[in-house]
Design a protein around this ligand. Structure first.
Ligand code: LLP
Length: 421
């Protein structure tokens, strides 16, 4: 993929050699490209522009995909809003200089404290996911003397045809208000003095490669918007969620932003509502990689293992979803040996701790590898399992590399713990 390009000194991101980054910041290390992040955001705006929708659209970056302050700040500077799912994400967006008035708050289990904090910050909209949440929000808003801006997140019962763990739009999912109950719940919302009905929201899943399910969900949502308008409940905005997939394998192209969005956007040009989008993965996924070093080679009878210094705690997607990430050597190919099929695994004590199966690579201990497409749901889902400090994160900007998160130190891992008296 185009994020890293091969030169005499090995793979580079923008103008910086990954080998230099490893020497300076150590491994494992997440590396992001400012130019790639900016280009991914621009592709969204260009697609909206092409349909004449840019002026009334708000692109709310889904913070959960990668919540590093530098990334949030970069998107804030580009004019983005944010889709958050917790009080923690709210605090991050504000700390990164994001505009609270451009925040939408999703999630099935917002606490009253989180609702209060978001009301006080003055967010754009709460995406309410159940009848109970609506009543709770109404009470909390009443207590603060404010009206809570609300969309109902409807569950359109559409099969997103993606991994079951990241599919959210089926009746069987915990997400959203059942489509058949939404109309009545809107009536209830409109009757509550501390609720301001603003819009409608829908998000059917993640890593969607085919635009058809999202367009089908949109079709249902638009019909409901019209039915509500006929009943006197006129919505200001339509939030179509996120979910656009990305390319993970060199041999399987992902959708181009403009092509993926076109069927959805085509139906919006003639409407009057404002639009909200909540892309996460497609803005950051292919703008980052995980840099790791081969610690130990363990040739075996059945399998050859390459134990690297990154593990499932750094990048959980392979272990959790059996996800594929391309893994490529950082050094330029030479004639040092022949390729062998390797299991690329980490040092964590679990057989599920793998980053890639059966990868044909020429490897030596000490070699650097780049695990590609790791900008989304990589660091954001990292843990300290096995008391492993989380990786450093850097962002390349032209010829300059900025450290955007220091490598965690072991002492920090148990700083909050105490022994019994
Ligand atoms: N909006 C809502 C309400 C969401 O739940 C999500 C993702 C998004 C937007 C952003 O979706 P995206 O554009 O990134 O597809 N950890 C999984 C992905 C979980 C997605 C959860 N919700 C993975 O690594 O594949």
């Amino acid at each position: 993929m185009s994020l890293a390009t091969m030169h005499e000194d090995g793979l580079r991101i923008e103008g910086v050699a990954l080998a230099d980054i490893a020497a300076r910041f150590g491994t494992p290390c997440y590396v992001y490209s400012r130019a790639a992040l900016t280009a991914a955001y621009a592709a969204y705006l260009d697609a909206l522009q092409a349909h004449g929708l840019a002026g009334r659209s708000l692109v709310c970056y889904a913070v959960k995909a990668n919540s590093n302050l530098a990334i949030l700040n970069l998107f804030a500077r580009l004019g983005a809003g944010f889709d958050i799912v917790s009080g923690g994400e709210l605090a991050r967006v504000i700390a990164a200089g994001g505009d609270p008035a451009k925040i939408v708050f999703s999630g099935v289990g917002k606490s009253r404290d989180e609702m209060r904090a978001a009301l006080e910050a003055g967010i754009h909209c709460f995406n309410v996911e159940s009848a109970s949440e609506l009543e709770q929000l109404s009470e909390v808003a009443g207590g603060t003397g404010r009206r809570a801006p609300v969309s109902l997140r409807v569950n359109p019962d559409v099969d997103a045809r993606t991994h079951p763990y990241i599919s959210t739009g089926l009746k069987t999912a915990k997400f959203g208000v059942a489509f058949g109950e939404a109309f009545e719940l809107y009536r209830r919302a409109a009757s509550l003095p501390h609720i301001a009905v603003k819009g409608i929201d829908c998000h059917i899943g993640s890593q969607l490669l085919d635009p058809a399910p999202a367009a089908e969900a949109e079709h249902k949502v638009l019909a409901l918007v019209d039915r509500l308008a006929a009943a006197g409940i006129v919505l200001e905005h339509i939030d179509l969620g996120g979910g656009m997939g990305i390319q993970y394998r060199a041999d399987e192209p992902g959708p181009a932003t403009a092509d993926y969005l076109a069927p959805m956007l085509a139906k919006l040009a003639t409407r009057r509502e404002n639009l909200v989008f909540e892309p996460g993965r497609s803005l950051v996924g292919n703008a980052g990689l995980l840099l790791t070093r081969v610690a130990v080679l363990k040739p075996g009878e059945e399998k050859h293992f390459a134990v690297v210094d990154a593990a499932m705690n750094d990048l959980m997607r392979p272990a959790l979803y059996d996800a594929w990430h391309d893994i490529v050597p950082v050094a330029k190919a030479d004639d040092r040996g022949r390729a062998m099929p390797y299991e690329i695994v980490g040092p964590v004590c679990e057989s599920g701790d793998f980053l890639g199966h059966d990868r044909d690579l020429v490897l030596h201990e000490g070699d650097l590898l780049a695990i590609l497409s790791a900008g989304a749901y990589g660091m954001a889902m990292a843990s300290n399992y096995n008391s492993r400090p989380r990786a450093a994160e850097v962002m390349v900007d032209g010829n300059i590399t900025h450290l955007i998160r220091r490598r965690e130190e072991v002492a920090q891992l148990f700083a909050l713990e105490s022994t019994l008296p």
